[in-house]
Design a protein. Structure first.
Ligand code: NDP
Length: 332
């Protein structure tokens, strides 16, 4: 298939590119600058050159950002929309909300108007769009929605990222209902995504948000006390990349939302794995590793992802060990 992937410089998107290329798909990815595009191409051997290219889209929040990008020859058959800001360094909440919401609506509009050959669109949503942080249900699954509003996203910094993901995904499903385009939609909702990046970050500041915990652990930030776990669910980046590939290829996935999570976890387990596999970090951790898991922790149901997308899920130990090894190897 010929596939458009947005945000190819991202942590998750770079694994999606790798999965798509290794399954012989032809990929065009959007990036914010030619420099980022060239860095991605440089990471692949010559044999992939005809299969991968990039186009520059400096800001997905801009009106019409995708109008021409979705037009290609031969035409695209599928689109993976992963680009969306995931960080907490914003000054104005609209720095997160606008690209997430306008970017999602914009790409769907552009595909409907200009790319009738596209039959499947996969959007990277988040567990942030499912969770109800104030009152958890007994078991989380795809039927639940975060009740957060746009106004809360503007007024409360702690809710801005979650609002950006929830409202973007809601906008996507509303678009499908109102516009009835010629493609089907799949949304993927992962919690914490861990695992080694493909591209070494240029500095510690450039490391993707969900792997920052590992950096803190390695550089003494966990010495006095483990960080609070907060979200008790995780998935490896290779599994979420595989989920994108299967969501695009499997016909039965169309029209569905998927909760993509491997299992529960807590920071105490991450610390124990680090201590066992990297004795050099033992003195970077508290002598006593205490659990912060509540007695009645919510459950999760990831059965749809196993049945339809055939996901098997990597264990936490593999993900933690591979991530720390990658960061060590690249001197991050
Ligand atoms: P990254 O920060 O690594 O990737 C985000 C991507 O979006 C980058 O390519 C970035 O470009 C691009 N981007 C952000 N804002 C804009 C904009 N205004 N215009 C154009 N491009 C933009 O994050 P992840 O890979 O972790 O996240 C990818 C997706 O997965 C996001 O939608 C995120 O919400 C979702 N997700 C991530 C989870 C995680 O734990 N990592 C968990 C759940 C969901 P650039 O590199 O140039 O900044």
């Amino acid at each position: 298939m010929k596939v458009l992937v947005t945000g190819g410089s991202g942590f998750i998107a770079s694994h999606c590119l790798k999965a798509l290329l290794s399954h012989n798909h032809t990929v065009v990815t959007t990036v914010r600058s030619a420099e980022k595009g060239e860095n991605i191409l440089a990471a692949y051997p010559e044999s992939f050159k005809g299969q991968l290219s990039y186009v520059v889209v400096p800001d997905i929040a801009q009106e019409g950002a995708f109008e021409q990008v979705v037009v290609s020859d031969p035409p695209f058959e599928a689109v993976l929309h992963t680009a969306s800001p995931f960080h907490f360094k914003f000054q104005d909440p609209k720095e997160l909300l606008d690209p997430a919401i306008h970017g999602t609506k914009g790409i769907l509009r552009a595909i409907k108007d200009n790319a009738p050959s596209v039959k499947r669109v996969v959007i990277t949503s988040s567990f942030a769009a499912i969770t109800s942080p104030d009152v958890h249900p007994d078991v989380y699954d795809e039927s639940q929605w975060n009740p957060v509003t746009y106004e809360e996203g503007i007024e409360d910094r702690a809710k801005t990222y979650r609002a950006s993901k929830t409202l973007a995904e809601r906008a996507a499903w509303s678009f499908m209902e109102e516009e009835k385009p010629g493609f089907s939609l799949v949304t993927l909702c992962p919690p914490y995504v861990f695992g080694p990046p493909i591209h070494a970050p240029k500095s510690q500041d450039a490391l993707n948000t969900s792997n920052l915990h590992f950096l803190m652990l390695m550089h003494g930030g966990w010495k006095e006390k483990l960080p609070p776990t907060g979200t008790w669910l995780w998935v490896d980046v290779q599994d979420i990349a595989l989920a994108h590939l299967r969501a695009m290829e499997v016909s039965e996935a169309g029209g569905k939302r998927f909760f993509i999570t491997a299992d529960h976890f807590e920071m105490k387990e991450v610390a124990e794995i680090a201590k066992k596999n990297f004795p050099e970090y033992a003195n970077q951790l508290p002598a006593q590793l205490l659990s912060d898991k509540p007695d009645s922790l919510y459950g999760f149901d990831n059965s749809r992802s196993k049945e339809i997308l055939q996901l098997e899920y990597l264990p936490l130990e593999t993900s933690v060990v591979d991530t720390i090894k990658f960061l060590q190897h690249h001197g991050v």
